[in-house]
Design a binder for this molecule. Structure first.
Ligand code: ADP
Ligand code: MG
Length: 244
């Protein structure tokens, strides 16, 4: 479904990604994990074509992401970011419907789809008329997810979607998200810097360090046979953080 070959990306001379190879198969959930600045968001933005690689290729459904094909291919991808990225001057409903409106979908179709998605994401119907500032952090992320799912994309890309939420709301949304991923059976790429969250979502984690993939596997595999000292330290640090 998504295929990255020898992908490199630099920003003003600093290497954000260096020779990344990655395959994401249709229907699987893959978690990208690693410390802040290791290149997780850059990798996601390359997958959705928001930025182009300096070297290597990114392909989606067998087609290399090229400028000319981008707007069509991007309709088949849903993207959720940490802050939600909702337009503040539009209601929740209008935010979710924006792209469908833009593509000329009929109002009844849009209304039906919003009903379905509010139910799926457990967003209370009565908040659909509110503006983002009038929503809780968890509700904002649910609206953001509705927007991403509106056109029934093949792939869902989520960049630390739970990162800004407090622990209880986070746990609720974590559980709902996992249920949604299972129910929809979509291809999902989820970014987190939290190991417990990563293993909650998938048995396949891709661990990055300074722009490189250092190891792929389950939590257990990383724990029992770390590829290098970085992997060992990354796991240690997270365990300490959890034990407080
Ligand atoms: P992560 O999401 O893992 O925290 P990022 O992908 O955001 O990491 O960033 C990887 C590296 O690239 C960092 O060193 C970051 O400062 C740099 N970087 C990312 N985006 C830009 C940008 N638009 N301009 C300059 N540097 C950037
Ligand atoms: Mg990031």
């Amino acid at each position: 479904m998504l295929s990255l070959r020898r992908v490199a990306k630099r920003f003003e001379g600093t290497a954000a990604l260096r020779g990344v190879d990655l395959e994401v198969t249709a229907g699987e959930t893959v978690v990208l994990i690693g410390p802040s600045g290791c290149g997780k968001s850059t990798l996601l933005r390359l997958m959705i074509g928001l930025i182009a690689p300096d070297e290597g290729t990114v392909a989606f459904g067998g087609e290399v992401l090229e400028r000319a094909k981008l707007s069509l291919l991007r309709r088949r991808m849903g993207y959720v970011i940490q802050s939600g990225g909702l337009f503040p001057h539009l209601t929740a409903r209008a935010n979710a419907a924006l792209q469908a409106r833009h593509l000329g979908r009929e109002r009844p179709w849009i209304e039906r789809r919003i009903d379905e998605l509010a139910e799926l994401t457990h967003l209370p119907r009565e908040v659909l008329g509110r503006y983002p500032l009038e929503l809780s952090g968890g509700q904002r992320q649910r609206v953001s997810l509705m927007r991403a799912l509106m056109l029934d994309p093949d792939v869902l890309l989520l960049d630390e979607p739970l990162g800004a939420l407090d622990p209880m709301i986070r746990a609720d949304l974590q559980r709902d998200l996992r249920e949604i991923f299972r129910r929809l059976a979509k291809t999902v790429v989820l970014v987190t810097h939290d190991l417990a969250e990563a293993s909650y979502f998938s048995r396949r984690m891709v661990l990055l360090d300074r722009g490189r993939v250092v190891q792929q596997g389950s939590y257990r595999e990383l724990l029992e046979s770390p590829a290098d000292d970085f992997v060992r330290r990354f796991i240690q640090a997270q365990r300490h953080a959890e034990e407080g």
